[in-house]
Design a binder for this molecule. Structure first.
Ligand SMILES: C[S@@+](CC[C@H](N)C(=O)[O-])C[C@H]1O[C@@H](n2cnc3c(N)ncnc32)[C@H](O)[C@@H]1O
Length: 276
């Protein structure tokens, strides 16, 4: 990966602002916690450079880094970026936001697919790289991170590279356990940890506003081995604390209620108090 290049910062921030305006509101119960806008600019630039010319699968993407990367490239704000991006997410609102933006801005290489990562991965393992910012596994020592990473590995046929975003905080112990367990998992899966980029991103998270995350870039070892077929994940041990303590997955898909004017205030958000 080459060094960061100069970009037109105003154009980049305004482009990210277009993407943020199009995003659905986060549902905290499923760990949808959005990255702050400045960090989205830097992360998108990094991902575009890392995956330049590659096909890239996102396993979950409420942040909409996928959309930012495709849009910055299409607008010429970045001269580099992936050749193709697919987003796999169980929230239909996230998938529709990707499709809506791709249609409006004619981002031909960007698409989305409704998919719950507890189901087996049925798409062909044809991607060059994967990206995931999963539920961070604070209450299960990273089991939920491993599930998303496993699907990323399946999407790439256990080849190429992956970028995994995880909690990373000097003052807390649990993120260190999670990072260590996930690193063990990726090594056991035939990868090496190629790069750690500590404490890079901040989030809109009321109860832990200072909690940051890191990027971990992993690279498949050049060994040929038979691929186990993808299977559904149902072991209670892996699921009991998936979205936090005693909060296992109970929802297969989040379905979207259609709104005509996306990004505008809904009628049920306010009332009018007339003069007099
Ligand atoms: C869990 S959040 C992690 C925080 C991240 N900053 C975000 O909000 O995108 C990442 C994405 O994973 C998706 N997600 C959560 N559970 C999922 C599941 N079981 N299968 C597929 N996607 C899931 C969410 O809809 C969200 O878009």
């Amino acid at each position: 990966m080459s060094d960061q290049r100069d970009i037109d910062l105003r154009a980049a921030i305004n482009a990210i602002s277009d993407v943020v305006q199009n995003r659905p509101r986060p549902i905290r119960n499923f760990d949808q916690i959005y990255m702050k806008a400045g960090d989205m600019v830097l992360q998108s630039e990094l991902v575009a450079r890392w995956a330049d010319g590659k096909s890239l699968a996102f396993i979950g993407d409420g942040d909409a880094i996928s959309v930012c990367v495709a849009y910055l490239h299409k607008r010429g704000i970045l001269s580099y970026g992936p050749s193709e991006i697919a987003v796999f997410d169980f929230d239909e609102r996230v998938c529709s936001a990707v499709t809506r933006f791709a249609d409006k801005e004619q981002l031909g290489g960007l698409r989305s697919e409704l998919y719950n990562c507890l189901d087996r991965f049925t798409s062909a393992p044809r991607f060059d790289s994967f990206y995931t910012n999963p539920p961070w596994g604070a209450s299960n020592r990273g089991e939920s991170v491993k599930v998303f990473v496993q699907r990323g590995m399946e999407a790439t046929g256990y080849k190429g590279e992956g970028m995994v975003v995880m909690a990373d905080d000097e003052e807390l112990e649990w993120p260190r356990h999670v990072i260590a367990n996930v690193q063990g998992f990726v090594v056991d899966s035939g990868y090496l940890v190629h790069k750690m980029m500590p404490q890079l991103h901040e989030y809109h998270l009321d109860d832990a506003p200072n909690l940051r995350s890191c990027n971990m870039i992993i690279r498949a070892l050049p060994t040929e081995r038979p691929l186990a077929p993808s299977a559904a994940i149902s072991e209670p041990k892996r699921l009991a604390h998936f979205y936090g303590r005693d909060n296992p997955p109970k929802v297969r898909y989040v379905r979207e209620k259609k709104w005509l004017e996306y990004g505008k205030a809904h009628d049920d958000e306010y009332s009018f108090e007339p003069w007099g």
